[in-house]
Design a protein around this ligand. Structure first.
Ligand SMILES: Cc1cc2nc3c(=O)[nH]c(=O)nc-3n(C[C@H](O)[C@H](O)[C@H](O)COP(=O)(O)O)c2cc1C
Length: 178
């Protein structure tokens, strides 16, 4: 079993998503490949640049993928989007058929640790601005994967709220890694 562990927060040791992905990856154990998209950003795709498939192969080679996804401006960090752009590839992770698109990356477990400053749950005033979890669920569904989520929310509301949200999410990471 190989785990691919990906972080994308720019907040280093203070990052909540990094704390959560570390807990999940440590809990799973075994062989782990680590990729830090903030420390070593992938360039944007450029015209005609599809030759380097190393990021795609790394993804395809993993049985479990653990992803740290902080919310930046209501969606995912552009560093993480640059990685998504390299793994959503026609003919490799999805294909178009007469019955519509078909995901080809089935059988992989994807666990995503979300960290959000505010609250975006259904019915909350900011719910319509939630483009992080909804986007990641949609894009992984498109390639044939139902991702699992753990979330620490409302991190910027108050220090007390932050502490409680992290503690609850860390408890959830133990369950996910078991
Ligand atoms: C550039 C930037 C943009 C952010 N935009 C949002 C936002 O749109 N909504 C939100 O709820 N929190 C936002 N935040 C707060 C982060 O989601 C929050 O601090 C979270 O803890 C980040 O994850 P991390 O701790 O892993 O870095 C933003 C933070 C940064 C640095």
């Amino acid at each position: 079993m190989t785990t691919l562990h990906i972080d994308s927060s720019i907040s280093g040791e203070n990052s909540v998503s990094r704390t959560l992905t570390r807990s999940i990856a440590d809990g799973i154990g075994g062989e782990t490949v680590y990729r830090d998209l903030a420390e070593s950003p992938l360039p944007h795709l450029t015209f005609g640049e599809f030759a380097d498939t190393s990021v795609l192969e790394e993804f395809l080679g993993a049985d479990i993928v653990v992803i740290g996804a902080p919310m930046y401006n209501f969606t995912l960090p552009s560093q993480l989007k640059a990685w998504i752009d390299r793994i959503v590839v026609a003919g490799r992770t999805f294909r178009y058929t007469e019955n519509g698109p078909e995901g080809l990356a089935k059988g992989k477990r994807v666990i995503i640790a979300l960290a959000r400053g505010g609250i975006y749950s259904a019915g909350s005033p900011a719910a319509a601005l939630e483009h992080l979890e909804s986007y990641l669920r949609g894009v992984f569904n498109f390639i044939g994967i139902e991702p699992e989520f753990v979330a620490a929310d409302g991190l910027n509301i108050s220090p007390r709220h932050k502490e409680a949200a992290i503690a609850a999410a860390l408890g959830e990471t133990v369950r996910l890694a078991a």
